[in-house]
Ligand binder design. Structure first.
Ligand SMILES: NC(=O)c1ccc[n+]([C@@H]2O[C@H](COP(=O)([O-])OP(=O)(O)OC[C@H]3O[C@@H](n4cnc5c(N)ncnc54)[C@H](O)[C@@H]3O)[C@@H](O)[C@H]2O)c1
Length: 274
């Protein structure tokens, strides 16, 4: 259903970006798999090609304008056009506000917000002449709620969510739809590195579905937004968070199974089944 479409995905060497690249390729899109880790990008592209998909790998540091432009250029030179761009590359830190430095702010915003802006701008330039395009930004629940340690990361993702809205308003009439996917807690390397046992316990307590999501569950929503089925969806945010944002008071209701949050303080792994 994405046959004849060409996509670029950033941060696609592992985690959610890899799952997104694979999902788009599985639906028939030709994909430029990009990552600051060139070896990882090329490996994912080679794996997709081995499975019968069309993909090429490229090293792209999204925070460098020339590399962001090179990504969009390669889509056109290799596959003839650019229809879908996914801003997935992101870096994270968990530091209290009082400990957060100017360098932390600049580093995180430079990749998560300015990097996404640069790549989207380069992509949209290729889309405008065709009056067709889809830009999907991967933000975060951390950009919607004030979580501890999230002053830099949360602000970068809140900015990305607003950038989505502004872009969607300016570009919808030109055939370019821009939407935002906001994952909650997803079992990837980033979460393994950033979430200590207290964080994991807190997530299991606060997510009504009582588990982390998988990269594939995020990729499925991205693939929908990239598809013709989402032809009247613009400026929206799709949370993929197991109900986290909607949750209010959660307590045990006697005799009603499944309504109780976990009782024990036992360590639970990060696996989506935990
Ligand atoms: N894992 C979660 O729980 C979670 C939750 C909400 C949002 N997110 C967001 O989802 C996206 C993917 O996260 P993930 O969990 O798969 O992370 P991850 O760390 O597993 O993968 C991120 C990828 O981005 C690449 N990358 C880092 N800096 C880059 C740069 N400057 N240019 C290009 N590529 C770069 C890395 O090399 C890596 O391959 C990120 O934007 C992240 O902020 C993650």
């Amino acid at each position: 259903m994405l046959e004849k479409r060409v996509a670029t995905v950033t941060g696609a060497g592992r985690g959610m970006g890899e799952a997104i690249a694979r999902a788009l390729a599985a639906k028939g899109a030709s994909v430029v798999v990009s990552d600051v880790d060139e070896v990882a990008a090329r490996k994912v592209a080679a794996d997709i090609s081995k499975d019968g998909g069309k993909a090429i790998g490229l090293r792209v540091d999204v925070s460098r304008e020339a590399e962001a432009n090179a990504l969009a250029d390669l889509a056109v030179s290799e596959f003839g056009q650019l229809d879908i761009h996914v801003n997935n590359a992101g870096i994270s830190t968990t530091k209290l506000f009082v400990d957060t430095t100017k360098e932390d702010m600049e580093r995180i915003l430079g990749v998560n917000l300015i990097g996404a802006f640069l790549c989207a701008k380069a992509a949209v330039e290729k889309m405008l002449p065709n009056s067709y395009g889809r830009v999907i930004n991967i933000a975060s629940l951390s950009g919607q709620r004030g979580g501890i340690g999230r002053s830099a990361y949360g602000v970068s993702k809140a900015g990305l969510e607003l950038l989505t809205k502004v872009m969607s308003v300016e570009l919808a009439a030109k055939g370019i739809l821009v939407n935002n996917v906001a994952p909650g807690a997803i079992a990837t390397q980033m979460a393994i590195e950033q979430h200590d046992s207290n964080t994991r316990e807190a997530y299991h307590f606060l997510i009504p579905q009582r588990r982390y999501g998988t990269p594939e569950e995020v990729a499925n929503v991205v693939a929908f937004l990239a598809s013709a089925d989402a032809s009247h969806v613009s400026g929206a945010t799709f949370n993929v968070d197991g109900g986290f944002l909607s949750a209010g008071l959660m307590f045990e209701k006697e005799g009603v199974e499944g309504m109780a949050p976990p009782k024990s303080k036992t360590e639970k792994g990060i696996s989506q089944n935990a």
